[in-house]
Every structure is written in structure tokens, then in C-alpha cells.
Design a protein around this ligand. Structure first.
Ligand code: BMA
Length: 814
């Protein structure tokens, strides 16, 4: 019998006041007349209710956000009445639960203030057993202060010397609220408030299960040693004798465990340790099955179930190797069940900047895009939100590992006891909430704050004084989840000194922000792990037409376009200028039309992502993985994502899918030699006949190399070397090496059908068009003028899956 919930979801009303005026107007009182207030949706946020009421325009369109800025200065009040049913809700205690109050909230019940919170993620749980009026209307009011007004006192009181925000206003640093919502280069300024997650009454039995998680202590053969922990609360005043029973199964493999415990009043942690023979292990995508054990954990007194909760867990051992066990060389490689796992993944940010309207279906749809792109990891970026519980369940099922940042980004945060206390409470909630998920791979203190110490006037290695990420968070992670690695920031240096973004160790964010696709840094990078790398490009035409007025769609040098490329009120990152420069570097001139602008910028992104992913995979395990930036837009914009806000797939999406296939060939020109690699992220060996063909743009091709090759499991290796001069004196602009193919002898027919190259590179009708022609091969020599320009001029002849134009793919000049 899981804790009984009674949602409080209907008839909510909404109104705003100047800061502090609501209470003066009696908005908290039980009998306050709210008949003229706006209708509100809970869970929701005020911008959505104001849009629904036609009070504000859609801030996602054009420059409409400017007409919505007044909302962030007001305090907002929600009111509703509800009648709790005594028969429906019987328990030792009745709790009023707010799963998400954004952000600075005060709660009133029947005119009495009963609680407050100041964190948009940490649930507010209030014991209302004695305040509730049964079987009659109760008035519930919630005040949400302006996030700017609410932090004024903290900012004045704070004496941290060098607080600084490198995106958006400083006020964000003092608010435990999604940092991106204050305006970011990839997100709009929509500083909203709301009751954004469910609200309900909960009946709690005398003995209540407050938490449960499982971890894998040691892998052996055939045994595996497991640990379980249940947090149980005895709401009575006397010790109680209980039996804890765990039952779980995966397919035919069942496990059952029981233990008698004496629970003193209050919270008790019940630990259970056991070993199981040959359990069904959980693996990330590409390495094996995502076996999950599902069942229940129950508390029994005299054989009667007092409380019971569903449980789901995956048995897997996951580690992050930061130094090669033999050589001691710096590494950044995850191992799963003792097997090194090359990380193919992406950065994840909220799938809608209006967080409250994200549904589990939307999360599943975007995660399916990640699976389509063969991702085995997503990084939850520190400027966004801790995702909905459904997200982590889906990652468990889909075998997508999760790198979890704590929600801080690009700033120097206040270092005072009050803020440390807030971060400690938040971390305790997050770690408890997520530690039971097999998908969760790593805790990271923040996004780029170690780097941020070098961006301002302060000491570059000032990050060592960051008490939050060097003391508060590691202490919580070590105490509540000693099974996972914690790193203080991304990027960071494990040795704890020097430039956090240096390639010698730790992870790296590699950014040229889209100007030079052939920037040498991309081809000389020696980093141990690429946790961010990306390139800006325009969204699809059909999407662009949905968020920009025709006059703002072309030419692109206008305020509305630039707002959607990431120019925020406080800083112009010149991202539109960089996109233009990127196009000039690609085709040798400015784009002449919107179609060409979209095609050329998208093509530049696609070429880059394909190259970066393949190069990182060719360096496997010297490089432990790549998390490209990023899978999906959180609002309509022209930035680095490969799928736009309307699920419009860009050319880049096909490129990442292609470059991330578990077993594939990859050609690299290294000096005067074309090296053909096989990239094998499967745990099986593979072999077959390899043919490498030279093709020209008229479509004829001849075999330049053929050989029988074998690739070991989980390996990247050179399987052929073709000296450039052996190809003879070819016109480099008109010829390319077609990507080698592996005949089916060893590979399944289904694999062959999915991976074979079209026989004739001239034929382009394959949707998405990237499987044929020049794109599939390495150009014999750096690309010439003539070809690129023609490529874009000819873009009208090709159609992509979404019907928009698709260029004949050139390799970038610079
Ligand atoms: C990195 C990220 C984000 C930013 C992105 C794109 O800095 O950490 O903060 O949005 O680049 O520019």
C-alpha cells in the first residue's frame, strides 16, 4: 500500500501584485474574493496562464519576450480551495506536498502561513494533520515573489568578494532556480514563477518507507554482492518490531530478502547486504541488455503490510577511470561491469524553456532521438534543471547513462554559510532522489565555474576556494552515494591545479564557436574526454517560419534573428556574426538566400560533428568519449542543437547518427596516408572483406584497396593504409575516397541492409542524402573553391526528409 495521494489540481486562480502588496490586500485570507482573478493551471507557470488569457504574447516568437519582462518584477499569488475526504485519506500523518515551487514561495492554509521554500527543485512537504478541516472547503494560497526582489537582501548581506555571472544578471546566482531562464546564449530570458510540479495531500502510515535504493558492491563470478538501503520513519512514540521484505525479479530471475528490525521513533536507515548468483546485469546501449529488477519493498508488522513501495533497480558496477591502471597516464574512461565503455553522447538541456509544460512523452521523444543517434550517455547541463523522475526511468530502460551536473553554471557563486546550507539541502535531496538509478553515472559540481575563475579578474585557480564544489557537494555525495564518482566541475583538472580546460587531463569543452570548421584545434586535440563541442547553425526553414516574422527571416542581420541566435540583453556573443563567418569560410562568400544560409550553416555543422565524433572514436580509449553539444533546442532558435524545438531534424542529426554507429569504418588523412579505421563499440569481434573505392563526381568509382579485415571487440584500429601517391595524380577537387564497406559475411543481413553504401554515388534520392557521394568519403586533398560554391548553388536540387533543401555536401575550406 503505497502512500495515498490526493491531488490538489483544480480551480486554481492567479493574480499579481507589486512586491509585498498581496498580503496587504489579504490575498492569503481564507475569504479573500478572488472571483476576478485569472484562471491558472497547476502544475504550470504564470507565463503559460498569461498567454492562455491573452495577457502576454508568446515570448518564443520574434522579440515578444520584451513585452513579457514586466512579469518577472511582480509577485504572483495562486489560490484554490479543496475539500479533503476523511475516508479517502486515513493515515498517522497528513502531508501537503509541493513537488516543485518556482521559486521564492510562502504557503498559507485557511489564512495561516504554514511554510515557505526558496528552491525550485526541492519539494516542500508540510505536516497539516492538525490544520486541515476535514470534509469542508480549505483555502490554500501560495505567494511567489519576484525572483529579483526576493534576492535583494541576500545580495546586500553577501560579502563574497568576486561574485560574478558570465551570462545574464547577477541575481541568478542567489536563486536556486534554472540559471538559463535569466537569458543564455541558447535560452531566452523568461524569468517565470509557478507551481510547476504536482501538489497533493499524502496520508502517511505510522511506519512509512521514505526512501529505497540499491547499489552493486562487488562483481564476482558467479556471485555479485549487492547493497540495499531503506529509509524508514516511525511516526509513533514507541519502538516497533517490523519485518522488511524485498521481492524483485527480472525475467525468470527472482530475488527475495527479509530482515527483522526494531525501529525507534523517527527516521532509521535499514541496510541490507546480500550476494546473488549470475544476476542479469544492466548495460548501457550497445554493450548489452538494460535488465531491470522490478518488485516491492514492504514493512510488515505481524505479517500485515503497513507500507509498501514499488522498486526498480539495475545491477551494474560503474566506475570512472582517471588514470590508466598500468601506465598511470591520465584517462577519463567510464567502465561498466568491468568493461571500458567509450562514451558516445550529447549534452541535454530542458526540452522546453517553459519547464512546466514538459511531459514524459516529450522526454521520451527526445531520448528516442538520442537512441537513434546511438548515444549511450547524456550530460544534464548545469544551467538547466534536474529533470523529471520519468526522465531517469526512461534512461534506465533505454540504456542511456546520465552525467548529472548540479545546477550551477558559468559564474562565481556566493560563498556564505546561508548559500552553502541551501546547496547542501538541495544536494541531499537530489542525491537521494537519483542514486537508485542504474543510468546515473557521475556527479559533477557545476558547468564551467572552475573556468569562470579565469574569465574574470580573480585568480585562475581560485576555484580551489570554491567551498560549494570542494566541500559541500563532495561531502554530501560521499555520505549519501559513495558508489559514484564526484567531480567538482566540468571541465576540471583531476590534479587540482592549472587551466581546468587543459587537454592533459580531465574533461574538455572545445569551442571555436563555429567560425572555422578546419580550426587546427579540432584536428590536434589530445583531450581525454570531450564533454562539450558544438557548432551553431540555422534551424530548418519550416521551423524558422514559425518563430520569425517574414521580414526577420531574411536578411538575417536583424534584432529578432539575433535574439534567436543567442544575443541576450546583457551580452552580445556575436553568434550571428560567427555563423556568417562560418558560412564565408565554408563557401567562400556570403549566403545569397535564406535557403542557402540554412543549407550552408547546417552543412558546416554536419561536417564538423561527423569529423569530431569519428576522430574521438579513432582515439579510443586515449580519449574516453565525446558528448557533443547538443541534441535538442529548448526554444525556437538558430544554435548548436541538431534537432530544433519543433523536432525538425537538421543535417547534423544525420551526421551524428552516421558517425556514431556501433561498428563502422572511418577514414582519416594523416599526412600522406589515408588510414582506414574500423570503430567497434560492440563487445563482439567482427571480420569481413574491406573495399575502399575512389569516386569522382560523375559517379564512376574504382576499388583502390581491398582486404579481409578483423576487428576485436570494443576496439578502434587501423585496418588499412593507402598512401596518397598510390592513388595516382587525381584532380583532388573532383575525386573522393568513398567510405569503405564491410561485406555481410560476418555481419547480419539486417546490419548490412542498414549500413551498406548505395552502389552509385551519383544517385541522391536516399532521404537525408548523406549516405551517397562526396560526404561519405574523405576528399583526396583540401577542398577547392569551385566545388563548394557550386555545392550551395545546387542545393535546390536536393530534398531532405523534411522537404527542405539539402546541399551537395562539400568539405569545408577553412
Ligand atoms: C558552453 C556551455 C553553455 C553554452 C554553450 C554554447 O559554454 O556550457 O553554457 O550555452 O557553451 O555556447
Amino acid at each position: 500500500m503505497t502512500l495515498k495521494h490526493s491531488p490538489i489540481g483544480s480551480d486554481w486562480k492567479l493574480r499579481h501584485f507589486d512586491d509585498g502588496a498581496g498580503e496587504a490586500a489579504g490575498a492569503h485570507l481564507a475569504d479573500h474574493d478572488d472571483s476576478a482573478w485569472l484562471a491558472a493551471t497547476v502544475p504550470g507557470q504564470v507565463h503559460l496562464d498569461l498567454m492562455a488569457a491573452g495577457v502576454i504574447p508568446d515570448p518564443f516568437f520574434g522579440l515578444n519576450y520584451e513585452q513579457c519582462l514586466w512579469v518577472e518584477e511582480q509577485e504572483w499569488w495562486y489560490r484554490t480551495t479543496f475539500t479533503p475526504d476523511r475516508d479517502e485519506l486515513s493515515g498517522k500523518r497528513i502531508e501537503l506536498v509541493f513537488e516543485g515551487l518556482d521559486t521564492f514561495a510562502t504557503v498559507y492554509l485557511n489564512g495561516e502561513e504554514i511554510g515557505a521554500s526558496r528552491n525550485m527543485w526541492v519539494p516542500l512537504v508540510l505536516d497539516v494533520t492538525d490544520q486541515l478541516r476535514w470534509d469542508q472547503p480549505n483555502a490554500l494560497a501560495v505567494r511567489l515573489r519576484s525572483p529579483f526582489e526576493a534576492v535583494k537582501a541576500d545580495m546586500t548581506a553577501d560579502d563574497t568578494p568576486n561574485v560574478n555571472a558570465f551570462f545574464s544578471p547577477k541575481e541568478r546566482l542567489y536563486a536556486r532556480k534554472a540559471q538559463m531562464s535569466y537569458g543564455w546564449d541558447i535560452a531566452p530570458r523568461i524569468v517565470s514563477v509557478g507551481i510547476w510540479r504536482p501538489v497533493y495531500l499524502r496520508a502517511v502510515p505510522e511506519i512509512a518507507i521514505r526512501g529505497f535504493w540499491q547499489w552493486t558492491e562487488r562483481l564476482g563470478e558467479p556471485q555479485v554482492w549487492l547493497g540495499f538501503e531503506a529509509e524508514v520513519e516511525n511516526l509513533g512514540t514507541d519502538p516497533r518490531e517490523v519485518v522488511v521484505r524485498l521481492v524483485a525479479m527480472n525475467h525468470e530471475h527472482e530475488m527475495e530478502w527479509e530482515s527483522a528490525e526494531t525501529l525507534s521513533p523517527g527516521l532509521t536507515t535499514v541496510d541490507m547486504h546480500t550476494d546473488v548468483r549470475r544476476p542479469h546485469l544492466w548495460w548501457p546501449h550497445g554493450m548489452g541488455k538494460q535488465n531491470l529488477y522490478r518488485g516491492t519493498v514492504a514493512m510488515l508488522i505481524d505479517d500485515e503490510v503497513i507500507d509498501e513501495q514499488p522498486v526498480s533497480f539495475g545491477i551494474r558496477k560503474l566506475d570512472l577511470v582517471l588514470n590508466d591502471p598500468e601506465s598511470g597516464e591520465p584517462r577519463f574512461t567510464f567502465t561498466v561491469n568491468g568493461v571500458p565503455c567509450f562514451t558516445r553522447g550529447t549534452n541535454w538541456m530542458p526540452t522546453d524553456a517553459m519547464f512546466a509544460r514538459v511531459t514524459p512523452d516529450r522526454l521520451r521523444a527526445v531520448l528516442e532521438l538520442c537512441r537513434e543517434a546511438h548515444c549511450n550517455m547524456v550530460r544534464i547541463w548545469g544551467g538547466g534543471i534536474y529533470e523529471d523522475p520519468a526522465f531517469y526511468d526512461l534512461c534506465d530502460e533505454m540504456g542511456i547513462l546520465v552525467w548529472q551536473d548540479f545546477m550551477m553554471a558559468c559564474g562565481l557563486y556566493p560563498q556564505n554559510e546561508g548559500f552553502h546550507r541551501q546547496m547542501r539541502a538541495e544536494a541531499e535531496w537530489v542525491v537521494r532522489a537519483l542514486r537508485g538509478h542504474p543510468c546515473l553515472a557521475l556527479w559533477a559540481g557545476d558547468n564551467e565555474n572552475d573556468c569562470a575563475y579565469g574569465w574574470g579578474e580573480g585568480e585562475a585557480d581560485g576555484y580551489l576556494q570554491n567551498h560549494i564544489t570542494r566541500k559541500v557537494l563532495p561531502e554530501v555525495c560521499a555520505r549519501l552515494d559513495p558508489t559514484r564518482t564526484y567531480i567538482p566541475s566540468s571541465p576540471f583538472n583531476p590534479s587540482g591545479h592549472g587551466n581546468p580546460n587543459a587537454p592533459e587531463e580531465g574533461d574538455v569543452h572545445l569551442w571555436d564557436h563555429s567560425v572555422r570548421a578546419r580550426h587546427p584545434m579540432y584536428f590536434t586535440d589530445t583531450s581525454k574526454f570531450l564533454s562539450e563541442i558544438g557548432r551553431i547553425c540555422a534551424a530548418n526553414r519550416s521551423s524558422t517560419e514559425r518563430f520569425l516574422a517574414p521580414e526577420d527571416q531574411w536578411p538575417v542581420a536583424n534584432k529578432a534573428w539575433e535574439h534567436h541566435v543567442g544575443t541576450v540583453p546583457t551580452t552580445d556573443f556575436q553568434r550571428r556574426w560567427k555563423t556568417d563567418e562560418g558560412i564565408r569560410n565554408l563557401i567562400g562568400r556570403d549566403a545569397q538566400s535564406l535557403t542557402e544560409y540554412i543549407a550552408a550553416s547546417q552543412y558546416g555543422q554536419a561536417w564538423c560533428l561527423g569529423e569530431w565524433i569519428e576522430r574521438a572514436r579513432r582515439r579510443k580509449f586515449e580519449c574516453g568519449g565525446i558528448l557533443w553539444w547538443n541534441i535538442f533546442d529548448n526554444w525556437p532558435e538558430h544554435v548548436d542543437a541538431v534537432v530544433d524545438y519543433y523536432f525538425g531534424k537538421k543535417v547534423g542529426f544525420t551526421a551524428v547518427c552516421r558517425a556514431s554507429r556501433l561498428l563502422m569504418p572511418s577514414v582519416a588523412r594523416e599526412g600522406d596516408t589515408f588510414r582506414v579505421y574500423l570503430l567497434n563499440d560492440t563487445l563482439e569481434a567482427s571480420s569481413g572483406m574491406l573495399t575502399v573505392s575512389v569516386c569522382d563526381l560523375s559517379g564512376s568509382a574504382w576499388v583502390a584497396h581491398a582486404d579481409y579485415v578483423t576487428i576485436e571487440p570494443n576496439t578502434s584500429a587501423v585496418v588499412a593504409e593507402i598512401p596518397a601517391e598510390s592513388l595516382g595524380d587525381l584532380d583532388a577537387d573532383q575525386h573522393y575516397l568513398r567510405r569503405p564497406a564491410l561485406p555481410a559475411r560476418h555481419l547480419s543481413a539486417r546490419w548490412w541492409r542498414a549500413h551498406r553504401e548505395p552502389a552509385h554515388p551519383g544517385r541522391r534520392e536516399v532521404p537525408g542524402g548523406l549516405r551517397g557521394g562526396a560526404w561519405a568519403g574523405e576528399r583526396l586533398s583540401p577542398f577547392g573553391e569551385a566545388f563548394t560554391a557550386s555545392a550551395c548553388r545546387s542545393s535546390a536540387s536536393l530534398r531532405r526528409g523534411d522537404g527542405s533543401a539539402h546541399p551537395f555536401p562539400p568539405a569545408p575550406r577553412r
